[in-house]
Design a protein around this ligand. Structure first.
Ligand code: ZN
Length: 304
């Protein structure tokens, strides 16, 4: 096996990407989940999205959640924004780490925000400038990076080009999002390789969904290329907006469980994380897809 990174950085996205794709839950439950997660050793939490309540009712209480969470020492909290107005709202609320999203697929981008990928990139250039003006950082997430529910495969050159434009406009980092769970390891290797060739110094985050069961295989392919920054969702919270009933993001405890056993540090206490996943399951009121939550860690033994 190739040399793997000694450590990776995990961004917990359950409170945002996860809960956005679940039935709405009470504000206080969201705050408690985020606070519990911040006690597991995870150092980055995507907490909310500052979107219009009419667009995404699940995030209607973003301001309250953002105000209500305890700021744990050493934990960075971020927020997703859909446009310049959302960015201003986030920055006014004191967010210093924002994420803007654009779809590499024109059709998907038009369905989401009624404009082309290029038009969204123009807007995002303004979001980046505003964030920097206010002393914040901005990551640009390129969604449908491995495929689009309307167009099918999205050409690698188009995905790399979208990310390259964002970096040229000042994005601090970029992320590739497998919004619909269409990535497989070979496709991960190809996209990351092409991106690295074009942008050897850019920091890259990868965001996998386990919609078709390839989530952790994709992580492994990326680890072998030295990628050391991954999103995951506690319990595997969330779903796929285009496939009712499908599973969501890779589960954080499954990611931690796998990579730690391979000698890749995360700084996360797996037992505490599994307890947080059990909490998430109680909050949602349905069984979450995480298999490590069901079975426990491989080190668990039965008393004889
Ligand atoms: Zn996602």
């Amino acid at each position: 096996m190739a040399d793997l990174p000694r450590t990776i950085s995990v961004r917990e996205v359950g409170p945002r990407d996860g809960l956005q794709n679940e039935d709405p839950v009470p504000t206080q439950a969201k705050i408690e989940l985020i606070d519990r997660l911040s006690g597991t050793g995870v150092r980055r939490i995507e907490a909310v999205s500052f979107v219009r309540p009419e667009a995404i009712p699940q995030m209607a209480d973003a301001d309250e959640v953002w105000r209500g969470i305890a700021r744990a020492a050493g934990v960075r909290y971020s927020a997703l924004v859909p446009n310049l107005r959302g960015a201003a709202r986030a920055l006014d609320s004191g967010v210093i780490e924002i994420e803007a999203v654009v779809s590499a697929s024109d059709t998907h981008n038009r369905k989401n925000v009624n404009r082309s990928t290029a038009e969204s990139l123009d807007d995002i250039a303004q979001v980046i400038a505003l964030a920097h003006d206010r002393g914040a950082t901005c990551q640009v997430i390129v969604s449908t990076a491995w495929g689009c529910p309307y167009e099918g495969d999205v050409p690698v050159e188009r995905v790399v080009g979208t990310a390259g434009r964002a970096l040229a406009d000042g994005a601090d980092t970029v992320s590739f999002g497998d919004t619909t769970g269409m990535a497989t390891p070979g496709r991960v290797t190809r996209l990351v390789g092409e991106f690295r060739s074009a942008n050897p110094d850019a920091a890259l985050n990868l965001h996998f969904h386990n919609t078709r069961g390839t989530g952790l295989a994709n992580v492994l392919a990326a680890l072998e290329l030295g990628v050391a920054d991954f999103d995951a969702s506690v319990g595997g919270l969330g779903g796929c907006p285009y496939a009712p009933g499908a599973t969501g993001n890779i589960a954080t405890e499954e990611l931690v469980h796998m990579v730690e056993d391979m000698g890749v540090g995360t700084g996360i206490d797996l037992a505490a994380l599994i307890e947080a996943a059990a909490d998430a399951e109680r909050i949602i009121g349905r069984q979450l897809p995480s298999q490590v939550l069901r079975a426990g860690p491989r080190s668990r033994t039965i008393a004889v």
